[in-house]
Design a protein around this ligand. Structure first.
Ligand code: UDP
Length: 320
């Protein structure tokens, strides 16, 4: 197959591109490098089947030749990024999705949208099944990401119903692992980089809010299986083991064994209190569930960050 993957220089986009390349497919990676990294790109450029175009998919894109799959992963995805880039985030989720659906329709290609657990907002149903419609504040600071992704899902279903496009929607929950940007601003990269630098870990609120963290290899396996399946309705792809942010901080401190302590900071506006995927559908339809525990996943991730911290002046990026 020949795959067009937007956001190919990003964390998940680069891992998923590598997976397609390892399976013998060709990948045309697209990225405007606003939050994507040149290191990830250099890694992919080592595969003969990879080619790259620097482009902002919020404006239209023409790709020559046959295309079998379009996977839309481009977007700022860390809260600190989308708060700094609110208009770009809205545009890539809305106009970018529209443009990539147009490309898939033109080529007769299958389309996969990287959607998000953020479509559930600050959920009133726990854990979250795909049938839950969510609790999102459209005018709050996180609305730029959440509503763009909700619009994107609606657009994908409209192309499916109206144009008969073959589509998939993955709702991705918090994912971590090697190749995350050290300054990404999300909780795993912040805490690990802070612990390695001997700085205090910045816990927002009292750290009782929860997340369910999926190791990147598990996430990529789930996404690859979803793309290969025939499931059109949204599927949660995440790890159902739920931890408080305080528990995450304590596990990282235990593994890094440095002098760091915890520093409590105000909870950002509209920060979801709980999050855990109900993965019944993924288990049934894809025969998939995560295999890597948080403990093992961190054991594989910390050495990557350690190398980065030792080689360069990389820093965590907490809010405030
Ligand atoms: N968080 C934290 N300290 C940080 C970064 C994040 O306590 O330095 C918390 C944040 O308030 C949220 C959780 O960790 O409750 C996950 O935040 P992240 O930015 O990773 O992504 P989110 O799941 O909110 O999209």
């Amino acid at each position: 197959m020949r795959i067009v993957l937007t956001g190919a220089a990003g964390f998940l986009g680069s891992h998923l591109s590598a997976r397609f390349l390892e399976e013998g497919h060709d990948v045309v990676g697209i990225d405007n490098l606003v939050t994507g990294s040149r290191e990830n790109l250099a890694w992919l450029q080592g595969f003969p089947g990879f080619s790259f175009r620097r482009h902002d998919v919020s404006t239209s894109l023409y790709v020559q030749g046959d295309v079998d799959g379009v996977l839309h992963f481009a977007s700022p995805a860390s809260p600190v990024d989308y708060l700094e880039l609110p208009i770009q985030t809205l545009k890539v989720g809305s106009l970018g999705t529209h443009n990539m659906l147009g490309l898939a329709k033109e080529k007769g290609a299958r389309f996969l949208l990287a959607s998000t657990s953020e479509v559930y907002g600050d959920p009133e149903v726990h854990p979250q099944p795909e049938s839950y419609w969510g609790n999102v504040n459209p005018v709050g600071p996180r609305g730029v990401y959440d509503e763009a992704k909700r619009f994107a899902e609606a657009m994908v279903m409209a192309y499916h119903r109206h144009h008969g496009l073959d589509t998939r929607i993955a709702r991705i929950f918090n994912t971590y692992g090697p190749r995350m940007r050290p300054g990404d601003g999300r909780v795993v990269s912040n805490f690990v980089v802070q612990a390695l630098r001997g700085e205090p870990l910045t816990v927002y609120g009292d750290g009782s809010q929860t997340r369910s963290f999926c190791y990147v290899a598990d996430e990529v396996e789930g996404l690859y299986r979803l793309f290969m399946s025939s499931e059109v309705d949204p599927v949660n792809v995440g790890n159902p083991h739920e931890f408080t942010i305080r528990e995450l901080a304590e596990e990282i401190l235990r593994q890094v064994e440095g002098p760091s302590t915890l520093e409590f900071r105000p909870l950002p506006e509209d920060d979801p209190q709980v999050r855990q995927p109900d993965i019944t559908r993924a288990r049934e339809i894809l025969g998939w569930e995560p295999a890597v525990s948080l403990r093992e996943g961190l054991e594989r991730t910390i050495p990557y960050f350690r190398k980065r911290v030792e080689a360069e002046d990389v820093r965590a990026r907490p809010v405030g």
